[in-house]
Design a protein around this ligand. Structure first.
Ligand code: RNT
Ligand code: ZN
Length: 424
């Protein structure tokens, strides 16, 4: 950044600081707090959710990546390089979320029920070097044994057992991450199971899923190393009429079994929002996992933008003092734009939303609400939208040594020219 712009930014920040101070908000403290928040960035935006199991893998499970923007990562090395690039454009340190299909098994094919911690050694070494934590997911899709639409709730005992064993193996990998990296891994369980058309038996698959989960979680693993989360979905492509793992199913399961409940922003009815679920769920479970995403029509996984719902999610987390109870993960995949840019846009937006929420005079607003002064509540909320939070954000980026404003885009374009364009 040029000396002059730096000076101007600092001047602007001092003015912004004064304005927020009038509401009793200390911006220095806020940016310190923001720097402690570690978002779990999903590795799968970098290669269109394909993984490294086999070059012929096709994405199934009712999720879809559309687009063919050049330069996707084809090897673990390329994926790590791209993620590192994204990290360099996002302020403070963030976790990485892996899927089982990102195992590195060398030249041998290892079946999913036999994956082991050593297949993720490279990821762990890399994470250690960067000083970041890792999260994990069993991959219950994109596999011949999930092709008929069922995994953990499969009516065939042998097939169901295969997926149970895969999930058990996944928890051991989560435990390994936690032990090696000194921060618990959140292992998240999502399955695509469901019916395209109206089923006769809605209960049977759910009973099988419950039993399968019970078996998967049988082994006690220290929460110091691994935390389990379960993720629901209202429908998928090809499972329009019924999903086994519905919201009610997993909410019940998480409460009864003290698991984290994962709320994916794209997994509910169109007018249903996860921001309004956070305070209810945290009344009954200790911790939640968020898959911050953006639903558009049938797709649940558009790149996160700074829209009303993103701000509402951040407000709920901050207002409720839930930062310690909420593991914030991202979940989107778009192959129509530069994939590094997709990560940067989504993650920076998540952080911006948190910053805006942290800059809110919540105590004052709560007091107005209790006094039934809804006029002032609305008036203030609207005025606060044009407070100089953007200046605080830019100052924060400068302090963290990452590009200020849209400057990051030049770095991505440069990287595209030098690295991504050279990929076949
Ligand atoms: C699918 C779920 C799930 C996946 C990832 C790849 O609808 O949201 O979380 O997106 O596991
Ligand atoms: Zn998700």
């Amino acid at each position: 950044m040029k000396m002059k712009s730096r000076e101007n930014l600092i001047k602007g920040y001092e003015l912004a600081k004064e304005l927020y101070m009038r509401w009793g908000i200390n911006t220095d403290q806020v940016i310190e707090e923001l720097s402690q928040v570690s978002i779990s960035i999903h590795c799968w935006q970098g290669d269109d959710v394909l993984g490294f199991e086999s070059p012929d893998t096709a994405l199934t499970g009712g999720i879809q990546v559309t687009g063919n923007y050049p330069g996707k990562a084809r090897t673990p090395e390329e994926l790590r390089e791209d993620i590192k690039m994204a990290y360099s454009l996002i302020p403070s340190k963030h976790r990485l979320n892996l899927h089982a299909i990102y195992a590195e098994t060398g030249d041998v094919r290892v079946e999913r029920n036999s994956i082991r911690p050593e297949h993720f050694k490279n990821w762990v070494e890399w994470a250690k070097k960067l000083g970041i934590g890792l999260d994990f997911n069993p991959t219950c899709f994109s596999h011949p044994l999930s092709d008929d639409g069922f995994t953990l709730s499969h009516p065939d005992d042998e097939t169901r057992q295969f997926w149970i064993d895969h999930c058990k193996a996944s928890r051991k990998i989560g435990e390994y991450f936690g032990k090696e990296l000194g921060t618990p891994c959140v292992t998240n369980f999502w399955i695509p199971d469901g019916f395209k058309d109206i089923p006769i038996d809605r209960l049977g698959p759910r009973q099988r899923l419950k039993e399968a989960l019970d078996e998967i979680f049988e082994e006690a693993i220290s929460p110091e190393y691994n935390l389990d989360a379960v993720e629901s979905k209202v429908f998928g492509i090809g499972t329009e009429s019924y999903t086994v793992g519905s919201h009610e199913f997993y909410m019940g399961y998480a409460i009864q079994n003290k698991k984290l409940l994962c709320l994916d922003a794209g997994h509910f009815h169109p007018t249903e929002v996860i921001s309004n679920k956070i305070s209810s769920i945290l009344t009954f479970v200790d911790k939640i996992l968020l898959h911050v995403s953006r639903p558009v029509r049938w797709d649940s996984d558009h790149i996160v933008i700074l829209d009303d719902e993103l701000q509402a999610i951040a407000q709920e987390i901050v207002r409720g003092n839930f930062l310690d109870k909420t593991h914030i993960g991202l979940d989107f995949f778009d192959a129509t734009i530069n994939r590094v840019a997709a990560w940067v846009i989504g993650t920076r937006n998540m952080l911006k939303a948190l910053l805006m929420a942290m800059l809110e005079p919540t105590k004052k607003l709560k007091a107005l609400e209790l006094e039934k002064d809804y006029t002032s509540r609305l008036a203030l909320l609207e005025e606060l939208k044009s407070y100089p939070w953007g200046t605080v954000w830019n100052y924060y980026c400068m302090k963290q040594g990452v590009p200020v404003g849209e400057e990051w885009l030049n770095h991505v374009k440069e990287y595209e020219k030098k690295v991504l364009a050279k990929r076949g």
